[in-house]
Design a protein around this ligand. Structure first.
Ligand code: IPM
Ligand code: MG
Length: 359
């Protein structure tokens, strides 16, 4: 008997619908192989949701997500919605979704697939063999801290955001860091700014305390400025990285570029009952609807869904293999290099499907 999984697809804005469409095709093909029945439904989030309902995360979407087994998200945001009040910007929809579902752990693997090393802006010898798991805290820190906002003080506008972490918030994300490192090569780097920010000094202390439960994991600490430099200088020194919400946002974009293109980086947001899977890239409004986007980050995010939500590691491996096979010969514009055939978003999706059939 096959199991049924309810999947909510929130394609969102910009290239979100382009890449989601391809990823859904792959999801369906792989589900069939592993005897999973999928019940898919599409719900608006982000700017499109604002246009339809006046809010970037309508209750109807949130309720559907809460009732789902997993969520696939495309991308949110775009210049069209930038003039809006902060409280209804597309990004607020995504942040609220992460927070409501308590998805405190964001896994962002930066891996160089196949011969994509050609597409990186860095030298082959620097990036070849890079395989980093960035674990970003996702529901706390300066993204959510109170007080926040812009007020008038002493006759001038004053902006304020607050970096807050409680001990338990640090512990639970650090635990994900240690356990992830144990499944990889037992090396964990915790990134903070403990020399300047008290909150991250607490972060460091809590990580050190917890490390006593993981004597097999080799732990080191790095200030975020140094980590940014080291990522570009010698990325292979990193295995598992655990860090705060804001530092993780920044470092994961940097890590993405090691892999050739941000169009290759998938992510999984976990910690609550329901996982959310989304590409790390944004909505790229300049190429939206033009069949130019790279769907691979979203396709690889589907792989992460099978792995983390449905415990089907094999399905994830299969998707990764199909992606590697496809990019041997075909590339979207962002990862194009000499001797390869340039394809659009749709054709890239179809080629991955074809590769899956052959595996
Ligand atoms: C990301 C994005 C989001 C973030 C934006 C769209 C709110 O940059 O997922 O990395 O800052 O978390
Ligand atoms: Mg980001």
């Amino acid at each position: 008997m096959s199991t049924t999984k309810k999947i909510v697809v929130t394609s969102g804005d910009g290239i979100g619908p382009d890449v989601s469409e391809q990823a859904v095709q792959v999801m369906q093909a792989v589900a069939l192989r592993f005897d999973l029945q999928l019940e898919l439904s599409e719900h608006p989030v982000g700017g499109i949701a604002y246009d339809l309902t006046g809010t970037p995360l309508p209750d109807e979407t949130l309720d559907a997500c809460k009732a789902a087994d997993a969520i696939l998200l495309g991308a949110v945001g775009g210049p069209k919605w930038e003039p809006l009040d902060f409280s209804v910007r597309p990004e607020r929809g995504l942040l609220k979704l992460r927070s409501e579902l308590q998805l405190y752990a964001n896994l962002r693997p930066a891996v160089i697939y196949g011969d994509l090393v050609d597409a990186s802006t860095l030298k082959r010898e620097v990036v070849e063999g890079t395989n980093i798991m960035v674990i970003r805290e996702l529901t706390g820190g300066i993204y959510f801290g109170q007080p926040r906002g812009v007020t008038t003080e002493n006759g001038e506008r004053t902006g304020r955001n607050t970096l807050v972490y409680s001990e338990s918030e640090i512990q639970r994300i650090a635990k994900v860091g240690f356990e992830t490192a144990q499944k990889r090569s037992n090396r964990l780097t915790s990134v903070d700014k403990a020399n300047v920010l008290e909150t991250t000094e607490l972060w460091r202390n809590v990580v050190v305390e917890l490390s006593r439960d993981y004597p097999d994991v080799e732990l080191n600490h790095m200030y975020v400025d140094n980590a940014a430099m080291q990522l570009i200088r010698d990325p292979k020194q990193f295995d598992t990285v655990v860090t705060t919400n804001l530092f993780g946002d920044i470092l994961s974009d940097a890590a993405a570029m090691l892999t050739g293109s941000i169009g290759m980086l998938p992510s999984a947001s976990v910690g609550g009952d329901i996982g959310l899977y989304e590409p790390v890239h944004g909505s790229a409004p300049d190429i939206a609807g033009q069949d130019k986007a790279n769907p691979l980050a979203t396709i690889l995010s589907v792989g992460m869904m099978f792995r983390y939500s449905f415990d089907l590691t094999e399905a994830d491996e299969l998707i990764q293999k199909a992606v590697v096979q496809t990019i041997e010969t075909h590339r979207t514009g962002d990862i194009m290099s000499e001797g390869k055939t340039l394809v659009g978003c749709q054709q890239m999706g179809d080629l991955v499907l074809k590769a899956l059939e052959s595996l």
